[in-house]
Design a protein. Structure first.
Length: 279
């Protein structure tokens, strides 16, 4: 009887060993093939992102995310082959993911904003942008935050969630920009004479583009002046140097042509309301 039970037990051990051994062997083979396939998919994915000029930081993050996801799926499949209950494992991972998502709600919003910024590229590194009242050059774009360097070299770190959902002005996106200078002349001055004096002065600046041609437009009857807008197109890096130089050049041109730049004036009238004394 004992010999029979030992034989049955021995046969059962051999059977389970073969069965489990085959499962282990198949699992190892699947892991080997799976990791090679994943490596091929990641190379293909990176080539596609490089072809469409995705930002480097976005490429790195998406590649890591895809790698983690594919490897997790592969491990779950292998666990199922080895007889491990995967339903409970998937439920546990889902619950953990939900808890992490709720805990990192703000970070996920910034992550989504970072993906939007890096994908649609409303601005890039070294662009000069305005966000709210802050104007500066983009120093770095990460997946969660963007760093903005102001002109006094202060650095502002802006969450991408806020940046992606607010108005952003990009001053350097285009190769050319229009410079607008506002000047006022007195009511006694001749508008056409002032226009010709301004055009002659600014056309001396070779940085001003001939097309579209610069223009001087009468804009408004001010309280103390006739307001003119001087508009000229320049290459984007020349905007402020052209503005500063030509404001001074316009002042010199007005002085040479006898055109007065007024200052605010008020007429004050005094009324004597005291009772007059009878003579």
């Amino acid at each position: 009887m004992d010999d029979i039970n030992l034989d049955v037990l021995y046969d059962k051990i051999i059977e389970l060993s073969l069965e489990f051994g085959l499962s282990i062997l198949f699992s190892l083979l699947l892991l080997f093939i799976g990791f090679r396939v994943i490596r091929y998919i990641l190379v293909l994915f990176q080539n596609v992102m490089g072809k469409y000029d995705f930002e480097t930081s976005l490429q790195t993050f998406l590649k890591s995310l895809l790698s983690f996801t594919l490897k997790l799926i592969l491990l779950i499949v292998v666990a199922g082959i080895l007889g491990i209950e995967t339903t409970s494992l998937i439920a546990l991972l889902g619950a953990a993911g939900l808890a992490i998502g709720l805990a990192l709600q703000g970070s996920l919003s910034n992550f989504a904003g970072g993906v939007v910024i890096l994908t649609f590229k409303p601005f890039k590194v070294d662009d000069v942008i305005q966000w709210g009242d802050d104007v500066g050059a983009v120093e770095e774009i990460n997946i969660l935050y963007t760093q903005l360097r102001l002109f006094d070299h202060k650095v502002i770190t802006i969450p991408n969630g806020q940046l992606a959902n607010s108005k952003v002005i990009n001053y350097t996106r285009k190769d050319t920009r229009r410079v607008e200078m506002k000047v006022g002349i007195s009511y006694s001055s001749n508008i056409d004479q002032a226009r010709q004096a301004v055009l002659k002065a600014i056309k001396q600046d070779e940085r001003i583009l001939p097309d579209p041609a610069p223009a001087v437009l009468f804009m408004n009857f001010g309280d103390s002046s006739l307001d003119l807008a001087v508009r000229a197109w320049v290459k984007t890096p020349d905007v402020w140097p052209v503005y500063w130089d030509n404001m001074e050049r316009i002042k010199t041109a007005f002085d040479e042509n006898g055109i007065t730049i007024p200052f605010p004036q008020r007429d004050v009238h005094f009324y004597d309301r005291s009772p007059k004394k009878e003579s």
